[in-house]
Design a protein around this ligand. Structure first.
Ligand code: IMP
Length: 177
């Protein structure tokens, strides 16, 4: 049986997301934004963050290959779904649930930068900084967390637990590692 231990409560998440939204609103005052969410994990974070940004804001989404069910990375990233709209000349914020090795975001930043946006920033709710193998820092970070496997608030284990309101450590998975 999977054992879940709450790491970050829904109240802590809500307070942090409000803070991040306020910072983004201040940083881009008077401008418009495109939030690009990385499917599927970032959907809940994007939905909450977007409502804390008091600017003209549109959404787009990308999907990339990631852990799959074995939660092992192959070391390469593949674009499964590209953005629908143009990035050129726009203020882009790439919205990611968790920054782990950095592989996914380094790949996406390179792809998007080549399309000449006006600006390109990263908002990551969680940062597993000790696990980083690819050099990248998010511009807006919610929480720095230890190297534990977490689920909830959009994050999954084999597609499960995305709908948990709190962010939890999946204990049984850790033991099996
Ligand atoms: P990176 O490319 O190693 O930075 O990995 C980023 C992706 O790995 C995230 O978007 C998640 O899909 C997945 N991931 C990394 N750590 C976790 C975790 O603790 N729980 C669930 N998914 C994770």
């Amino acid at each position: 049986m999977d054992e879940l231990t709450v790491l970050i409560t829904r109240e802590q998440i809500a307070a942090k997301v409000a803070e991040m939204g306020a910072r983004i609103t201040a940083d881009f005052a008077g401008q418009s934004l495109v939030l690009i969410g990385v499917l599927k994990g970032a959907t809940i974070f994007l939905a909450d963050l977007a409502r804390q940004i008091k600017l003209d804001t549109t959404f787009d989404f990308v999907a990339v290959s990631s852990y799959g069910n074995a939660h092992q990375q192959s070391g390469e990233v593949k674009m499964l779904k590209d953005v629908d709209g143009s990035v050129e000349g726009r203020n882009i914020i790439l919205v990611e649930d968790i920054l782990d090795t950095g592989l996914t975001l380094v790949y996406l930043m390179n792809v998007l930068r080549a399309r000449r946006p006006k600006s390109l920033k990263v908002a990551a709710l969680l940062d597993k900084i000790s696990h980083r193998t690819h050099p990248i820092d998010a511009d807006y970070v919610g929480f720095t967390i230890p190297d534990k496997f977490v689920v909830g608030y959009g994050l999954d284990f084999a597609e499960h637990y995305r709908n948990l309101a709190d962010i939890c450590v999946l204990e049984s998975e850790l033991e099996a590692r």
